[in-house]
Design a protein around this ligand. Sequence first.
Ligand code: HSE
Length: 298
Amino acid sequence: MIKVKVPATSANLGSGFDTLGIALDFYNIFSFEEIDEGLEINGCDNDYANENNLVYISMLETFKKIGYGAKGIKIDLNTDIPIARGLGSSAACILGGVIGANEIAKASLSKEEILEIATKIEGHPDNIAPALFGGLVASVTEDENIYYNKINIASGIKFVALVPDFTLSTSEAREVLPSNINYKDSIYNVGRVSLLLSALSNGRFDLLKVSLMDKLHEPYRKKLIHKGDEIINKSYELGALGVYISGAGPTIMVIIEDDDMDFAVRIKNHLNSISCNWDVKELDLNLSGACVENGIKK
Ligand code: HSE
């Protein structure tokens, strides 16, 4: 039995739309076994326990790439990352499948090759890269090549995910985006994402609020998050250093000082007073990325 543990991720970070992502310390754990025949998937709704399962599809893509013919596959899922909430659940399932297939086949795909296969399946690297490498990762694609870099975050902050009980698919959240943006709005984001990276790496957390501001996606997506604007404003009122929509939403990610012990309680009290149920998760970064049981595979 092979076990693969993949962290949740939070992409975009406001002005870093489609480019930045962080890995967080909660996980999906996938267990894999080659069996004599067929496909057995446990730990999910029956609707997902079939050949269309994303973990299984990702395994098949990987087997194809490395030329391995598995007899049958058994997958056990132990998933903490909620689906369609902007916390990288599909990236985690894809990476779990790719890494699991690499292990089953006793192949030796490098992390770069794993990144490439997983990104092809997902369509973009901004969740895959941090889930694989851990920490804060910037990634872009150019001529079908993926370029990425891990960026150190200074100590002193932690994250609070406000996760609603409603879902939002990435495709739905991309449909509301305009097909063109104006020159001024691009400059607005370029400046802020530059400031954001320097603020995170050298600990100028006072700059987070302004540097997380975005004109490329959040203004359009906020409308899809019930009371989104109100919750963002309230988080700042209650002491947040920075707030952004996690990935395509609807989760709202709050950055706070790491010695702020009761922000989670303060915001939960507020969230309880409005409609919808919101789960409040206090999180640290995951710095090492996806790993196979018995140690992190390099
Ligand atoms: N960067 C992507 C988006 C992440 O915001 O649409 C979602 O998978």
